[in-house]
Design a protein around this ligand. Structure first.
Ligand code: ZN
Length: 498
């Protein structure tokens, strides 16, 4: 082993341990911790976070990584670890430490301000904080800026390397041109799909049993994973033998828990599939936000909302909820879980209109970062865009610009990954279909074949390769959004008989 890399190892191990502790605290706070404990536990978390930050930005670490980034004698994993660490250092390096601290404090407060503003439905409460956050984001990105780069590209790069404005403009333009007519047609024939039976009363305890069954059925391994409850579903992981997913149950919404479990199981299966020599290293996690979403959406939408998937197990769902589903055929059920309903809230959006929610945010972030738009005008611009793309206008800011937490945490550039994930998923499906007859396997209840394929081509590599390269190698071609567009067009043509 390279001598310098050997010196780096104890720092890496310490970082992983501190990170695991922080992840466990996070998990506990979101699932089981009593509300009153938050403040006192918070001080301990603060100390650990501080230790983590110090350890990762330690002068020795920075010096070692700088020397190692051009080393020729690293193996493939070591080289990927150094690349990953160097990217993190580059992002933080130019920032004066007082500014970094000031911004961290601002973000910690901003979350509360955002919550209050949303509850009070008052954008004016949030606007001054938002303006400061935008200021910091621009300033920090400028420290990192190289010739020819623009600010928004630097921010986008944090989440999806290599998918900057140039790629995204083309991507979203094509979605707009090809899918807006489909949305309009679907809305005109809204009466063709009924989903009212999904809003009947569904016993929560039974829902829990069904959720566990479904997670197991798609391939989430309960020997190395758990399923818990939290306000918002999420996935977290310590390593490839401890991955945790959550969901949220609502009595009058069967679809919510059912499909969020499949979604999170998709994330979970990814993390469980990462190679042993990568796990517990800085590259022992999903390749990028977008690739992660591609896996969860592949399971949730492309597989989970298909008739082939439900064919072998729909009987069990009806047995679990006989009074609600006995008179609902498999076909009616699948139609219902694919019903399109243009709404104002992103996290409740259906598969077809989802990308328009992202488009609104992408276009606004571009205006904010590149055109110095007036912060006071943002709610109106937001509302105009919803009216243009989805035909509905928010009546208040709570269901408009104040609905997402992301901007209060400085997460500009994050949203496009969600839409990219769906498009990656469609491209992966297209390639997989050449080797495997996916629907036939689903009808036979053979989910293992699908998990093995994704494991082979995507999961095992973790963050070993940059996302763009991983996608290209897995699918044999560059990113191509046409598969996603075709998939949506065909799907909704069939469902709505257009
Ligand atoms: Zn997700």
């Amino acid at each position: 082993m390279n001598q310098l890399y050997q010196q780096l190892t104890p720092y890496l191990e310490r970082s992983m341990a501190l990170e695991a502790a922080l992840i466990l605290f996070d998990w506990d706070m979101a699932t089981l911790a009593p509300e009153k404990g938050a403040e006192k536990t918070g001080t301990m978390i603060g100390i650990l976070s501080d230790e983590y930050f110090k350890n990762t930005t330690d002068k020795t670490v920075v010096e070692l990584v700088k020397k190692l980034k051009d080393a020729q004698d690293l193996n493939e994993v070591e080289a990927a670890v150094v690349r990953e660490l160097w990217e993190r250092i580059e992002r933080l390096e130019g920032i004066p430490s007082e500014e970094y601290r000031e911004y961290s404090e601002l973000k910690a407060k901003a979350r509360g301000v955002w919550e209050k503003a949303r509850e009070a439905d008052d954008y004016q409460l949030f606007a001054p904080v938002l303006e400061k956050i935008i200021g910091f984001e621009k300033k920090f990105a400028a420290y990192q800026k190289k010739d020819g780069q623009n600010i928004y590209d630097i921010l986008l790069d944090r989440y999806e390397k290599g998918f900057g404005v140039k790629t995204l403009d083309v991507f979203f333009d094509r979605l707009k041109k090809e899918l807006m007519p489909v949305v309009k047609q679907v809305i005109a024939h809204n009466d063709r799909v009924d989903n009212s039976f999904l809003k009947k009363s569904f016993d929560i305890e039974t829902q829990k049993k069904v959720a566990r069954f479904i997670a197991e059925y798609v391939g989430f391994d309960f020997e190395k994973g758990v399923l818990a409850e939290s306000a918002h579903p999420f996935t977290t992981n310590l390593h490839n033998e401890d991955v945790r997913i959550t969901t949220n149950y609502e009595k009058h919404n069967l679809e919510g828990a059912l499909f969020s479990v499949i979604h999170e199981a998709g994330h979970g299966i990814y993390e469980l599939g990462i190679r042993n020599d990568l796990t517990q290293t800085p590259v022992g996690t999903g390749a990028s936000m977008g690739i992660h979403e591609s896996q969860s959406r592949f399971y949730e939408n492309m597989i989970g909302r298909s008739e082939a998937f439900w064919k072998p197990i729909y009987k069990q769902l009806v047995e679990a909820f006989p009074s609600q589903l006995t008179n609902v055929s498999l076909h009616q059920f699948v139609q219902a879980v694919n019903r399109v309903e243009p709404g104002l809230i992103r996290i409740k959006a259906d598969e077809l209109t989802y990308c328009f929610h992202i488009m609104v945010r992408y276009e606004m972030e571009k205006l904010i970062m590149e055109e110095d738009v007036d912060i006071a005008k943002l709610p109106e611009i937001w509302n105009d865009k919803y009216e243009e793309y989805l035909g509905i206008r928010p009546k208040d800011d709570a269901s408009g610009i104040l609905q997402d937490v992301h901007w209060s945490q400085g997460d500009f550039g994050y949203f496009p990954s969600y839409a990219l994930g769906s498009a990656f998923a469609a491209q992966i499906w297209h390639t997989m279909e050449k080797e495997i007859s996916i629907n036939k396997e689903l009808e036979a209840g053979n989910l293992k074949v699908i998990k093995a394929y994704l494991g082979n081509h995507i999961h095992q590599y973790g963050k070993l390769k940059p996302a763009r390269q991983l996608l290209e190698e897995a699918t044999g071609e560059e990113f191509n959004p046409q598969y996603y567009i075709d998939y949506l067009k065909n799907k909704y043509k069939q469902i709505y008989e257009l």
